[in-house]
Every structure is written in C-alpha cells, then in structure tokens.
Design a protein around this ligand. Structure first.
Ligand code: RIB
Length: 312
C-alpha cells in the first residue's frame, strides 16, 4: 500500500499587503503591493507535503470550505499539486476562511484569520473520516479548526496507527489530555511560551533543552522547537539535537512553519534519520522565507535538494 500522510486543518484565502512597518493600533498605514494567495495552515501543510514528497506519498486533506469561489479555487490549487481533496467538503453555513496579512520590509508579518467554514469542521463528523487515516504514517494538525475537532482527529489518527504531529498555532493553552495524544509537538518560540505560561519573547538555544523537556512533561511524546533564525531543537527524551538554521535573506516568513512541518513529516515518513529530516525541514523553510506568500512560497523537492547541495 502506498504510504499516506493526512492533514486535518484550515483552508484560507490570504489577502497580503506589503508595508514598510507593521501598523500600530489606531494607525492607518499606506502599503505597497497587494496579493491574494491560497493559504490556511492546514492547506499550506498539505500543499507543501505534496510538493516536497519524492516517492509516491499520498497526501490527503480533511477540511471545510464555503460554497464560494474561494473554496473552489483553494481546492483546485491543492488538487493540482497532487493532494487528495475528496474529504474537503463545502458547507452552506459559513464562507471560506480568509486571512488578512501584513508583511513588513524585514519579512515579519501580522495575521488575522476569520475562520469561517474552518470552524464548521466538527468533532462529531471526524469519525466519518476514519477511513482516511487508515494506512497513514503521519497525521498533521494545527489549531485553526475547533479544539474538540483536533482532539477527536488526534484520537482517531492514533487509533489507526498514524504518528500525530501538532503545530500549536495560533497559540493557545492546551490541556494534558490533548497533548498526551501528540507524538510530535512543533511550537515556535511564542507558541512554546504560551503553552508553558511564560512571558513571550525570543528563546535562546541554551534555554531550549529545559523548555522542550517541560513540554514533554505536559504530555507530548517528542518536541521540535522552531527557533526561527536559530534553527530548531529536537527532544524525544533519549536524543536531543540542535539543528542550526541556514542563512538566507528573509522576504516573508508566512508559512515557513507550515513548510517546516510538512517537510519534516515527509522526510520521516520516507524513513530518513531524524538529523537528516530536521536538516531537510530547515532547508525547505529557508527557501520559503525568501519568497512572498504562503503556498506561493513553498519550494519543490528538487529546489530543496539543490539548496542542500549548494549549502554542503
Ligand atoms: O501559517 C500561515 C497561514 O496562517 C496563512 O496562510 C494564513 O492563512 C494563516 O492561516
């Protein structure tokens, strides 16, 4: 049977405006360019997994869109990349999700999501998707669908033998019961701080061991801390690895985390050792931050392999 990877999550149409600096509350700022791009953390991860998988990995997406042009366009884009969208259903109760994104000249962003149809994906209907998880090596989740849906999906994925990966974004506190269903938890710096009830701020690689251990004690089996330009830190209780980031000129960090997660899952599903998988994920994320947009920034497998060759 061809190995599969399932993504449960959001599909959004992203409205992206580039600005010299992110506006302060109450401020009207003049921006430069506008782009409308396919996004949504779930869809970005599914798209990236399909683009980055080399050897016949089946990628399935479970999600909800509205009965509108955005929904049709987002599904068509995923399907064109090779994602199975037969379990992305349309709902009449809500429009397709949208995200309003500002990107400044340093590549930093601010994102506001109106989830719309993504919040119509209910915990009750997850049982109906059970067959989609059968034979899957990995099941990827984020937090742009209701928490109860994520928890139900994690339970079913685990029961069907898939490794579960949770990107705890947008950040919110999570309980031990939910975290206990997670094989690989992948917070960035601010998400790790919120999960641990710490003040937000940058983390140093020196702080990473203690934080990763604390997150494992909250229930996650393995942790990968995404440390931005400081790389990533992996801890499974037996092995701890700090994988430095590649140095690139940052244009837009939107979806870099999604690209990282998809690349890591693809590499692990292919049986790559963890160091190699982390390096592959860092490289995919590094290429993505050099480009504007979410799915528009995701590199192909070949581009990542060439980037790695050039960096060797
Ligand atoms: O992770 C980036 C994504 O966050 C964007 O594509 C936007 O849609 C929001 O979901």
């Amino acid at each position: 049977m061809t190995p599969a990877l399932v993504v449960v999550g959001s599909l959004n149409m992203d409205f992206v405006v580039t600005v010299s600096r992110l506006p302060a509350p109450g401020e009207t700022a003049l921006g430069w360019d506008f782009q409308m791009n396919p996004g949504g953390k779930g869809a970005n991860q599914a798209y990236a997994a399909a683009r980055l998988s080399g050897s016949g990995l089946v990628v399935r997406m479970v999600g909800r869109v509205g009965y509108d042009w955005f929904g049709d366009h987002l599904k068509a884009g995923l399907a064109a990349a090779g994602v199975d969208v037969s379990t992305v259903h349309a709902t009449r109760s809500q429009p397709t999700g949208v995200a309003l994104i500002w990107v400044d000249s340093a590549g930093q962003n601010s994102i506001v999501v109106a989830p719309g149809a993504n919040h119509a994906l209910t915990a009750e209907e997850m049982e109906g998707f059970r067959r989609s998880f059968r034979g899957a090596r990995f099941a990827l989740f984020q937090l742009e669908t209701p928490l109860a849906t994520v928890e139900a999906g994690l339970r079913i994925a685990r029961a069907e033998g898939a490794w579960t990966m949770l990107d705890p974004a947008p950040a919110q506190p999570l309980n031990r019961e939910l975290l206990g269903l997670v094989d690989l938890l992948t917070p960035n710096e601010s998400e790790a701080s919120i999960l641990l009830g710490r003040p937000p701020g940058r983390l140093s690689p020196e702080e990473a061991p203690e934080l990763a251990q604390a997150l494992r004690q909250m229930g996650a089996r393995c942790v990968v801390l995404k440390l931005g330009d400081q790389g990533c830190y992996y801890d499974d209780g037996q092995r701890q690895i700090h994988q430095p980031a590649f140095r690139v000129a940052v244009r837009d960090s939107t979806a870099a985390g999604d690209t990282f997660n998809a690349a890591l899952a693809v590499a692990l599903a292919e049986g790559k050792p963890i160091e190699e998988a982390l390096r592959f994920a860092n490289a995919a994320a590094a290429v993505s931050v050099t480009r504007l947009g979410a799915q528009a920034s995701v590199p192909s497998r070949l581009e990542v392999e060439e980037f790695l060759k050039a960096a060797a």
